[in-house]
Design a protein around this ligand. Structure first.
Ligand SMILES: Cc1cc2nc3c(=O)[nH]c(=O)nc-3n(C[C@H](O)[C@H](O)[C@H](O)COP(=O)(O)O)c2cc1C
Length: 229
């Protein structure tokens, strides 16, 4: 059983990466082979609108035609049993790198049919992990709820069962005294980091263990088999 996690933060040891590693630790506790890949290590761009993935009889139909560092990663994703996509929220959306990755993952598999269907060769249980500066009570007000639902909608059409994990009000700097960030109450931030972040880590671990257990008891089936059923 293979479980893959992709980090959409440029920081390799901070909030997002930590939660992704916890999810992988949970999966590993159930015997999964795990790997964490940092998107910022790779050289790639978002969809170029070439429509190679939509061209009738084309050699790239249902696959991304662009050749760059994402080419082997997209293949690896198609072969994994469970997937975790983690990103910080940057200006109200996932990071640019994660957005570019999602365009390249989702769009080639998404058919322009009514209703839309998936060309993904199999179902991949997916967890979306978001970390963000805003506190939980503000996410409706800043419009994030709808955005999160939209991502779940696209990912679930393409890959199958999908759920999200949210980590709010994150600790952002090594040393708050060195940055201009008067808006934040440093002692409250530190307390949250100490008391709530470990609970978020536990949730990520449990999610990883649950996904691995479910994948082991119900191995991924091909999308075409699902459609026929
Ligand atoms: C460029 C940038 C933009 C950000 N924009 C937002 C935002 O719109 N909303 C928010 O809640 N947090 C925002 N943040 C805070 C990060 O989402 C938050 O600190 C996150 O946990 C960082 O993840 P990391 O520690 O894994 O790098 C932003 C941070 C940066 C660097």
């Amino acid at each position: 059983m293979k479980v893959l996690a992709l980090n959409g933060s440029p920081r390799k040891t901070w909030n997002t990466a930590t939660l992704l590693q916890k999810a992988l630790d949970g999966a590993a506790s159930q015997g999964a082979k795990t790997e964490l890949i940092h998107l910022y290590d790779l050289n790639f761009k978002g969809c170029r609108s070439c429509f190679g993935c939509k061209t009738k009889g084309g050699e790239s139909y249902g696959r991304c035609a662009v050749k760059d560092d994402l080419t082997p990663l997209l293949k690896q994703v198609a072969e994994t049993d469970a997937l975790f996509l983690g990103s910080p929220i940057y200006l109200g959306t996932v990071s640019g790198e994660m957005k570019s990755f999602l365009e390249r993952l989702v769009f080639p598999y998404l058919t322009y049919t009514d209703p839309p269907a998936s060309l993904c060769p199999k179902k991949i249980r997916t967890g979306l992990i978001y970390t963000m500066g805003v506190p939980e009570h503000m996410i409706e007000q800043v419009g994030y709820t709808r955005y999160f639902q939209q991502n779940e909608f696209f990912v679930s059409i393409i890959l199958g069962a999908c759920e999200s994990l949210f980590c709010y009000d994150t600790y952002q700097f090594d040393d708050y005294s060195k940055v201009v960030a008067d808006r934040f109450d440093v002692s409250k931030k530190a307390a949250r980091r100490r008391e709530v972040f470990p609970l978020d880590c536990q949730k990520a671990f449990d999610m990883g263990a649950r996904f691995a257990k479910a994948s082991a008891s119900q191995p991924s089936i091909s999308a075409s088999a699902t459609r026929q059923a």
